[in-house]
Write a protein that binds this ligand. Structure first.
Ligand SMILES: *[C@@H]1O[C@H](CO)[C@@H](O)[C@H](O)[C@H]1NC(C)=O
Ligand SMILES: *[C@@H]1O[C@H](CO)[C@@H](O)[C@H](O)[C@H]1NC(C)=O
Length: 310
């Protein structure tokens, strides 16, 4: 857990404050949503493209018992020897550069968009043939003229991977004002390319109880300028007991996070059926905890998105 990770990019924080006023309630720590904001000159895509239609889902309808949504193990398209580089551990840093291809590395990628003179960077993961899971704060509900591009396994370039643009976004409304509401900070995006058929995708499952074996990957600005994917493993997760006795609300972890990792997935090694399932997406970080949005409503939304946009 690197405290310094949260001190970067105060500008990005300032820009988000206006959209996401985050009053610190008594039981809450000063969490913030780690989007990376960078000068437009280094944004890859500034040309206008598809702009998504926004669909607000009824949260009450999504709270029935969680479905298990299946995943697909993709072909290893460009198998390369493991080139994992472990970083020196400084001050408890646990993230390391991810340079592999195949499962599940091809499911994860960078989500990017531009507004005015700023480019924005988040992370996301395929959860269906053309379905992307990311954080709700990784798209702009007030500006519908933005094109969002997802680049699977982006690493300082596309490296032969096909990119996709977002056509529709499914999410639940409501303000992100305290720890429990961060559990709603997820979105399911529909892509204009069937990337999941090519690269595989995560299933989605409901998190119950405790685990110490989650993985997370994203595009941190502090380590790689949001140009390279970093992964962390052996992440412990638990529910927040003050959020409806732990039935709703985010998954509480000690994952290291900085700007750009918002929306990156939380997953486990292949489960009994050989599939990797995602349990949530990175929502918010503080100097002591990192929260992932997911749980029942998210899993049911993935199921709904897959049936509505097959
Ligand atoms: C959202 O759009 C508004 C209006 O164009 C803009 O001021 C704001 O910076 C945008 N925020 C993000 C995070 O894209
Ligand atoms: C919350 O986590 C505890 C373990 O820490 C577990 O016993 C309990 O069943 C969980 N509750 C829910 C609703 O996930």
């Amino acid at each position: 857990m690197k405290v310094g990770a949260y001190q970067t990019s105060l500008l990005a924080l300032a820009s988000l404050r206006s959209i996401f006023a985050l009053p610190v309630l008594e039981r809450d720590r000063p969490y913030r949503h780690p989007i990376a904001r960078i000068p437009i000159s280094s944004a890859l895509t500034t040309t206008p493209g598809i702009t998504p239609n926004l669909h607000i889902l009824d949260k009450a309808n999504l709270l029935s018992e969680g479905t298990v949504v299946p995943g697909l193990v993709g072909p290893d398209l460009n198998p390369t020897p493991a080139r994992r580089q472990k970083r020196s551990v400084i001050g408890g840093e646990s993230r390391y550069l991810q340079t592999k291809t195949g499962n599940p590395w091809d499911y994860v990628g960078r989500l990017e968009w531009a507004v005015g003179t700023s480019g924005y960077r988040c992370s996301g993961a395929l959860v269906g043939p053309r379905h992307l899971a990311t954080a709700r704060h990784c798209f702009n509900t007030t500006n519908t003229a933005i094109t969002y591009t997802f680049r699977p396994n982006y690493n300082q370039g596309a490296n032969g991977y096909t990119a996709a643009q977002v056509t529709n976004i499914l999410y639940v409304s409501g303000s992100l004002t305290d720890t429990c509401t961060y559990g709603d900070d997820w979105a399911v995006m529909i892509l204009n390319q069937r990337l999941g058929d090519k690269y595989g995708y995560f299933g989605a499952k409901q998190f119950t109880g405790t685990t110490a074996t989650f993985w997370h990957e994203g595009y941190p600005y502090d380590l790689g300028n949001s140009e390279r994917p970093y992964v962390e493993q052996s992440i412990s997760g638990k529910n927040v007991s003050t959020c409806n006795s732990g039935t709703t609300g985010p998954i509480l972890t000690k994952a290291d996070a900085s700007d750009g990792q918002s929306g990156g997935p939380l997953w486990l090694l292949p489960e009994a059926d050989g599939v990797r399932y995602t349990y949530g997406v990175l929502s918010a970080g503080s100097t002591t905890d990192t929260l992932f949005a997911g749980r029942t409503a998210f899993v049911n939304a993935v199921a709904q998105a897959r049936s509505q946009y097959p």
